[in-house]
Design a binder for this molecule. Structure first.
Ligand code: HAM
Length: 437
């Protein structure tokens, strides 16, 4: 047993796993460029009150899941449990309302939540998120949804379902909450313990209960979409029309609510798997690969002027889990193609120089280390996937020559020491190779 292990709910991403990460992050960044979203990085931690204010006091994240501590200066600090509030804070702090609106940004970042770890649920996970701030246009909701949907398509994921809903605004939601409370208050006997608390503190969260005994109550509950005010109904209608314009398939789910309190109007989540029972879509927390929506009141809540905004975030570990489930092969990360082997101490000096010459010419080179037989060195070159080996032997060295061996064809030839970089095949990134073939 090793003496130390990674903390529960965290994982090491070893080199063998990196091709997945490189593949999906490159796809994400390429898409963001295509849609005009620019990268933003915010600190790993923020003042706790930023999160409790924005995510909501009655949410699981704020109540049970934040990594919070008091620093030496007696400030309450929390490791980022989501990416939207920090972006809003940065928008306000840097006066980004003066930039052309909407301000379109994206992040690829670590998120920390003290959750019960299981497959697809970690205490530290990575999110790719996009936020578009400063515009209320429903076409922006459609753009955000389109972006995340195209992201899943671009990495090759199939059989996904996009759940879509509107949860109204502070004008129309109170009427709905009243109807919801009425519905639930007639069935308190069968409610789970958590829902009894939700009924009092945060009734919209009732719809998020995963407890089997509460499912029937959810599915007979009044639908929020029947309570939307004229403006919210019109906004929702337009979002749906724009999505239809660009052929994004969505499933209306009037019971979809999100785990954060800052949303108003449009909300959505993407689940792996096609729906079999469209009438009663169910959502499971660990499998949701992405979600988001409008948060038109959040920036005002944080002290700014009224600033509508919309965004999404998607969990990268869950995407990789689904890529593996769907047997999707990702391109390998290019390896240095030349292995530099040698015999004797003088040979080693030349090997060190040649490896440097190659690298400076942009050719990846791995230098053999220590004192090993040529056979052992060439075996390692094969294991590392090098396509060529340079062998610096004493005989050839005396003649100013070195051996260049093609490890794929098994053929070798002598080439002059000077001009070795030209003799080595031009480097082709295997990414380029996979794009060509
Ligand atoms: P969220 O739904 O809490 O939304 O998280 C977004 C995604 O992060 C989830 O759909 C899931 O894929 C992944 N995720 C969440 N928790 C975990 C976990 N413990 N382990 C692994 N993956 C996880 C937000 O965070 C919002 N800030 C999204 C947003 C952006 N809304 C508007 N803009």
């Amino acid at each position: 047993m090793p003496l130390y292990k990674a903390p529960r709910g965290t994982q090491d991403i070893l080199p063998s796993e990196q091709p997945y990460w490189r593949f999906i992050t490159q796809k994400a960044e390429a898409l963001c460029q295509l849609y005009g979203y620019k990268r933003i990085d915010t600190p790993v931690f923020e003042e706790t009150r930023l999160f409790s204010r924005s995510i909501g006091e009655g949410t699981d994240i704020v109540e049970k899941e934040m990594y919070t501590f008091t620093d030496q200066g007696k400030t309450m600090i929390t490791l980022r449990p989501e990416g939207t509030a920090p972006v809003c804070r940065a928008y306000l702090e840097h006066g980004l309302h003066n930039a052309p609106q909407p301000v379109r940004v994206y992040y690829l970042t670590s998120i920390f939540r003290y959750e019960r770890p299981q497959s697809g649920r970690y205490r530290q996970h990575q999110q790719f998120g996009c936020e578009a701030l400063g515009v209320a246009d429903p076409a922006l909701d459609a753009e955000i949804i389109d972006l995340v949907w195209q992201f899943y398509i671009s990495v090759g994921l199939r059989d996904l379902t996009l759940h879509l809903n509107s949860i109204g605004c502070p004008d129309c939601r109170p009427n709905y909450l009243q109807a919801l409370k009425h519905h639930y208050s007639q069935q308190t006997g069968v409610l789970c313990q958590d829902c009894k608390v939700r009924l009092e503190r945060n009734p919209l969260r009732l719809l998020d209960c995963k407890n089997p005994s509460c499912q029937e109550i959810i599915h007979s509950a009044p639908k929020i979409t029947d309570f939307l005010c004229e403006q919210c109904a019109e906004h929702f209608q337009q979002v749906k029309e724009y999505l239809q314009d660009i052929d994004i398939p969505f499933t209306l789910n009037p019971y979809l609510v999100r785990g954060l309190d800052y949303y108003a109007r449009t909300v959505f989540e993407v689940q792996p798997g096609r729906l079999t029972d469209v009438g009663q879509p169910t959502l499971s927390q660990q499998s949701t690969i992405g979600g988001g929506g409008r948060y038109d009141l959040l920036i005002e809540e944080l002290g700014g002027n009224a600033t509508p905004a919309v965004g999404f975030a998607t969990g990268l570990e869950r995407i990789i889990l689904n890529l593996k489930k769907q047997n999707i092969v990702v391109p390998p990360i290019p390896e240095p193609m030349v292995y530099v082997a040698y015999t004797g101490e003088e040979g080693k000096h030349d090997a060190v120089k040649i490896a440097a010459v190659l690298r400076r010419a942009g050719i990846g080179a791995i230098l053999s280390m220590g004192k090993r037989s040529l056979k052992a060195q060439l075996k390692q070159a094969n294991v590392l996937g090098a396509s060529q080996a340079i062998i610096i032997g004493e005989d050839e060295q005396r003649r100013g020559m070195i051996v260049l061996r093609d490890l794929i064809e098994g053929k070798q030839r002598e080439v002059p020491y000077e001009g070795i970089a030209e003799a080595v095949l031009p480097p082709i990134d295997s990414y380029q190779r996979s794009a060509i073939s």
